[in-house]
Design a protein. Structure first.
Length: 187
């Protein structure tokens, strides 16, 4: 028991002492905002498992837009993924130009190349206004938003990525087909 308590101490300290931010953790959303089902994902853009799961969740929602709303929250595991926080900020900067989903999908596809320079390469490939993108990144416009997402995740008990919640309950993700059937069964 003592060993487990010592292992959880850093996580509890981070949760309790994490930066206090006055920003609402507003997620990026897709699907019907009035849908009967809410799917939430806490994800890390440098996480290989997220690169597998996130596009599948997105596909299920795109194929069933009236079935569920999908809320995407950033949860960069910075202790093991050094570029995840910056990538989260960059994706929000891309969202300013209505390219959030395209941006994260390209980051997931090119994860092995992830670096701070690569974040701009992806923005260029998506033909974003580079002046606006670079200003957004330099100003760290979304730093507090990403931290607010992380704080919400800690409050909800997130300790790994991807973490998927359906109507507030954490669920295990198997594959798109099984997940779609699960959601349709909830209707």
């Amino acid at each position: 028991m003592k060993k487990i308590s010592l292992l959880l101490l850093p996580l509890m300290a981070l949760t309790a002492c994490g930066p206090s931010v006055d920003v609402e953790p507003t997620p990026q959303s897709m699907g019907n905002m009035d849908a009967p089902i809410l799917v939430e994902e806490f994800s890390d853009l440098q996480c290989p498992g997220c690169a597998n799961v996130s596009p599948q969740v997105e596909e299920v929602i795109r194929n069933n837009p009236d079935l569920a709303r999908f809320d995407y929250y950033h949860f960069p595991l910075t202790s093991i993924h050094p570029f995840a926080f910056s990538a989260s900020e960059a994706s929000e900067c891309a969202a300013d130009q209505d390219k959030f989903w395209e941006y994260i999908n390209m980051i997931f596809k090119t994860q092995s190349s992830l670096s701070n320079d690569h974040l701009s390469v992806v923005a260029e490939e998506l033909e974003l206004d580079m002046n606006a993108f670079e200003t957004c990144m330099e100003d760290r416009k979304y730093k507090d938003m990403v931290q607010a997402h992380m704080n919400l995740g800690f409050q909800r008990g997130v300790n790994s990525t991807p973490s998927i919640y359906v109507n507030g309950e954490k669920v295990d993700f198997m594959n798109a087909e099984t997940f779609e059937a699960y959601l349709k069964n909830l209707k």
